[in-house]
Design a protein around this ligand. Structure first.
Ligand SMILES: [Zn+2]
Length: 331
């Protein structure tokens, strides 16, 4: 499911674009400012793709522009000044988003979501509070406005966020080692170094590929077919199904890009120039991923056949129909 030759399945969910702090990586105020800048860049690219492609997605969520974090992410530093208002607080906000227009600000505490006190939102084992809060917000079945109770310096108020719907996925910056990007159907993670190094246009290519896995419900379809995306991903029918999924994701990604107003021709350019962009791993031998040149030609063919104008709106029904098709049966 990852953009490149690694098939690690994500186990840790997290909140929209909020990086997991690592004491080794982020210690100074400077580090945090750099991290926050990349959080915001990734969130802006992701929300643009998620919002513009809402009609293509079966699972939706409100796009609030909120980037939340929780005190339990920070271990012993949980008495941090940033959580003086609530253990769930606003890390940053996308400019111009519903959350920003509602007058919310960094370090405001979130004390209730749709009237449910944050104190009553119990994270599941291995989850942090921000993840539990995310699933409560993203898992709402109604498109009714989201009501948050927020606290600032001892005063509480309710804000109603009439946020547009977008494809449901957590998108976050990941610190530490691992593939440049990966997704598990619920969470999309992009390495900090990747986010920092790539232009917005190239970052959009990476996010579009991962979001395509979500739109095409590859996780559900692989599980239904008993396909292994992990250690056995390169073998037999696993390899065929995983390769099929990667090809579907590359083909759909050009439509997702066009719908969001990005130039889909950036995608073949990205594959061909990955080494000069400092992208590692793209050319690693793999039976799951076609070669970078083959991927570039694949998306050029998709554009020529289905999107010659290179512009949205695009309804890629030929690919969306794959959601109802099972992956290859057993040998
Ligand atoms: Zn992939």
């Amino acid at each position: 499911m990852s953009m490149f030759a690694s098939r690690t399945v994500v186990f840790a969910a997290a909140f929209l674009a909020t990086a997991l702090p690592s004491p080794a990586r982020a210690q100074s105020a400077d580090d945090w400012a750099r991290l926050e800048a990349q959080d915001l860049r990734l969130a802006a690219v992701a929300e643009r793709l998620q919002g513009a492609n809402a009609l293509l997605c079966n699972a939706l969520m409100p796009l609030t522009g909120l980037i939340l974090h929780s005190a339990d992410q920070y271990g012993t530093a949980s008495s941090n000044e940033r959580f003086r208002n609530s253990p769930l607080a606003i890390a940053s906000l996308l400019p111009g988003s519903p959350a920003a227009l509602a007058g919310l600000a960094p370090d405001d505490g979130v004390v209730a979501i749709d009237g449910v006190p944050v104190a009553d939102i119990a994270p599941e084992t291995g989850q942090r509070l921000r993840e539990a809060a995310f699933y409560r917000m993203a898992g709402r079945t109604s498109a009714a406005p989201l009501t948050l109770t927020v606290a600032r310096d001892g005063a509480q108020r309710q804000v109603v966020l009439d946020a547009p719907q977008g494809c449901r996925s957590l998108v976050e910056v990941l610190l530490g080692d691992g593939p440049m990007a990966r997704s598990d159907g619920k969470v999309i993670q992009v390495q900090y170094d990747t986010v920092e190094r790539l232009s917005d246009a190239h970052l959009a290519v990476v996010v579009a590929h991962e979001l395509a896995h979500t739109v095409l419900e590859h996780r559900r379809r692989k599980e239904a077919a008993g396909i292994d995306s992990g250690l056995l991903a390169e073998l037999g029918r696993n390899q065929r199904a995983n390769r099929e999924a990667e090809i579907e994701a590359d083909r759909l990604a050009v439509h997702l890009l066009a719908n969001a107003g990005y130039d889909p021709a950036t995608m073949p350019d990205f594959f061909r120039n990955a080494p000069t962009l400092g992208i590692r791993g793209l050319a690693l031998p793999s039976f799951v991923y076609p070669s970078p040149e083959a991927r570039a030609e694949l998306v050029e063919r998709e554009l020529a056949l289905y999107l010659p104008s290179h512009r949205g709106p695009s309804w890629p029904g030929h690919l969306l129909a794959r959601r109802d098709v099972a992956f290859s049966a057993a040998d």
